[in-house]
Design a binder for this molecule. Structure first.
Ligand SMILES: [Zn+2]
Length: 158
């Protein structure tokens, strides 16, 4: 994940990346057919493995997730690089394509240390998320939010 944070740090799902309850929504693309429909799976640390079938060709899919357990910080934002937060392993022939920010997220305001809810996050570089306090005053900003899946050849098995 990569993003620019203004006056914010520790952007993460409300319960944290390391919570068994945090849901992660992934879309997988099957490379066996020209199917526009993506395979959507939901994973959590409580249920880190999903076995299903491709919605297009019925080929079995297995996917497994691991979370690193830390939040996206202002330091990560300043580096302007992608920070690995989750790792996935899936059946050959499928590739994770999209991460959907469907669960509730939060961030910490740098100047006050307060935790604020972050809703409606979207993997769209064009979108600016203005974070306001209870009175509607701007207190921070999230922009240039991007997620990417990077292949990693060596991932330990269990
Ligand atoms: Zn398929």
């Amino acid at each position: 994940m990569s993003a620019q944070l203004d006056n914010l740090t520790n952007l993460q799902p409300v319960e944290g990346f390391d919570s068994p309850n945090t849901m992660h929504f992934i879309s997988l693309l099957c490379d066996d057919h020209d199917c526009a429909s993506l395979n959507e799976v939901t994973l959590s640390l409580d249920a880190p493995k999903v076995e299903t079938q491709c919605v297009g060709c019925r080929k079995p899919i297995k996917i497994k997730m691991k979370a690193f357990g830390y939040a996206f910080t202002k330091e990560d934002s300043d580096k302007k690089e992608f920070t690995p937060l989750l790792q996935f392993r899936c059946t050959q022939g499928f590739a994770p394509l999209y991460y959907t920010f469907d669960d509730d997220w939060q961030a910490e305001v740098e100047s006050t240390g307060a935790t604020v809810p972050v809703v409606g996050l979207s993997d769209n570089k064009e979108l600016h998320h203005d974070i306001n306090d209870e009175d509607g005053n701007p207190i921070g900003k999230i922009y240039n939010l991007e997620t990417a899946f990077v292949p990693k050849s060596a991932w330990e098995t269990d």
